[in-house]
Design a protein around this ligand. Structure first.
Ligand code: 1GP
Length: 252
C-alpha cells in the first residue's frame, strides 16, 4: 500500500518520541515571511507544516502552497478554517469534525460540502476529531465556531468525547486551546485523554516554550503544534524552533 502522510506522521512519532508540527497562518504573515519560516522550520527539524487560519483574507491559497513547496521537503498539511482553504497543492488535509461542538455544520455540514472537492483534488484526507478546550479567554476559533469549549477541569467530558471519536473511526485527535491562548490544554487532560483512547493526540494552542511542549509530550501528546510564538519571536525563530523540536523529540 502507498505510504501516506498519516503513516509518515505516526512513524515519526514512534521514532522521535513525538512529532513537532509548525502552524503557518497565511493571513498573519506575508509570503516572504512564510517562506522564511518554512525554510527555518525544515532546517531546525520540524516534522510537518500546517497551513491554516480562522479567516480567509487571502486571494490565492494554492499559491501559498506552491511557494512553500519550493522551500521545504516536509509534508505541508491543510489545517482548514473553512472549505475555501482546500487546495490540490497540499500533501494532506486534517479533515476536522469539531466533536466538542453541537453545531451540525461543524460536525458534518461543512464536511459534506467539501468531500466531493477533496475527492477531485486527490488530497490525502486525515479524519481528525477537533476538540476545543477552554483556555480562560475567548479565542478566535471559539468566536468563529460559536461553540462552547470543554471546561478545563472536566477530564471525564474530554475523555468521553475522545472515545466517541475513536469509536466513530477518526484517526487523530486534536486538543485545541486556540491560537494565542493564554493557557494551553492542561497536562492532566492530555494524560487522561491519551490514556483513555488509542488515538494519537495532537495538542496545540498557547504553547510558547520548550518546557511547556515537553510537559505535554510527557503527559501523553503524540504531536505538538506551535504557531503564534514564531510570529512573535521573529528575531530568534530559528533557535526557538530548534529548541521546541528538541523538547518534543525526546527519543533523540
Ligand atoms: C492553533 O493550535 C494551534 O490552532 C497553534 O496555537 O498559535 O497558540 O501556537 P498557537
Amino acid at each position: 500500500m502507498k505510504s501516506t502522510v498519516l503513516d509518515y506522521l505516526l512513524e515519526t512519532r514512534n521514532r522521535r518520541g513525538a512529532g513537532y508540527l509548525v502552524l503557518l497562518d497565511p493571513d498573519r504573515q506575508d509570503m516572504a515571511r512564510l517562506e522564511e519560516c518554512a525554510c527555518l522550520c525544515t532546517d531546525a527539524g520540524a516534522d510537518a507544516i500546517l497551513v491554516g487560519t480562522s479567516l480567509t483574507m487571502l486571494a490565492d491559497h494554492g499559491e501559498v502552497y506552491k511557494r512553500l513547496r519550493q522551500c521545504t521537503g516536509i509534508p505541508i498539511i491543510t489545517f482548514p478554517g473553512s472549505g475555501g482553504h482546500i487546495t490540490p497543492q497540499a500533501d494532506a488535509i486534517l479533515y476536522l469534525s469539531m466533536v466538542s461542538s453541537r453545531n451540525p455544520e461543524l460536525l458534518i455540514g461543512e464536511q459534506v460540502r467539501t468531500a466531493p472537492l477533496l475527492k477531485r483534488c486527490g488530497v490525502e484526507v486525515i479524519s481528525t476529531a477537533y476538540m476545543l478546550i477552554d483556555s480562560g479567554t475567548l479565542t478566535s476559533v471559539q468566536f468563529m465556531s460559536n461553540s462552547r469549549p470543554i471546561p478545563r477541569d472536566k477530564n471525564d467530558i474530554a475523555m468521553a468525547h475522545a472515545l466517541a471519536a475513536e469509536y466513530i473511526g477518526m484517526r487523530l485527535l486534536y486538543l485545541e486551546a486556540g491560537s494565542g491562548a493564554r493557557r494551553a490544554v492542561p497536562d492532566e487532560m492530555v494524560t487522561a485523554v491519551s490514556q483513555y483512547t488509542s488515538l494519537p493526540v495532537i495538542v496545540g494552542g498557547g504553547i510558547r516554550t520548550p518546557e511547556t511542549a515537553r510537559a505535554k509530550v510527557e503527559a501523553g501528546a503524540s504531536f505538538i503544534v506551535t504557531g503564534q510564538v514564531l510570529e512573535d519571536r521573529q528575531a530568534d525563530a530559528g533557535a526557538l524552533v530548534r529548541e521546541l523540536g528538541a523538547a518534543v523529540h525526546f527519543r533523540e
